[in-house]
Design a protein around this ligand. Sequence first.
Ligand code: AMP
Length: 267
Amino acid sequence: MSGDLFSIRMHSNLEGAHISGCERLAPVDRVESLAAAMVRRALQHPKGQADCLSLTIEAVSPASVQTTSLLDLTTIRAADYHQGRRMAAELLQRAGVSALAVASAVGYMAAGAAPGGTSMRGAMLVDAVDGTRLEPDPSRGVRASRMDLSESAETELRQRLALRGLDNPHVREALVLATKVMSAPGIVAELCWSDDPDYTAGYVASREYGYVRFAHLKPHGEERGGRAFFVCRQEVELEPLIAYLERSVLLITEVGEIGGPVDWEDV
Ligand code: AMP
């Protein structure tokens, strides 16, 4: 077996609308089983069985692979999504995002940030000072891609998450995604809540506070979800930032702390 990695990426549609997407980085001996699991996921998705799916498998040049450590995870107790959003907004401001930019991102995500009030396929890029949207395509957004845990880091993460009752694909995939986003030069913070109507949790990620999870950032049953990547425009040009998020290859080889639920006062 060679040590080279393959990028395996899947996205699926139903009647022209995006249903699911996922991706992994893995050595050649795991490619077949991971690809099969992605096909199964597209065909058994809770939103419906995909009628079109595409799978891309491509070798990545070993020289292009960068490595990093996973963000630390903390959960903050939130009684409901109103309280969760208030605390998330406060945390984003502590991380360096203006109140105006937070309000802008939350407003777009709550209303459905894609044209027509639906969820985008990727993330908004939001100016961290004035709240302007910067992504070239407001429907597709910007997709963080080509990142994963090494096999040993994944095993360790799953054990640590299981101790907190958090070992599920939502948390694992979001932690990996947020780690890649926070490794990008010029990104100040990220806000996310899911478009899965049964999954009300969301998070704020930043370099200083890590991945901070709130049990409720949206009401149960809500299908509009989204992501906002807050950008410091003085620090980065948009084109290289988007290229980094979408195309650079990042393998996470070390796992961070997985902290227990804490109250807001303890953050
Ligand atoms: P999810 O957590 O998978 O429910 O995704 C929530 C929202 O995040 C989606 O509605 C998209 O707007 C956005 N999103 C999903 N995957 C990505 C990605 N790879 N990069 C950027 N944004 C994404």
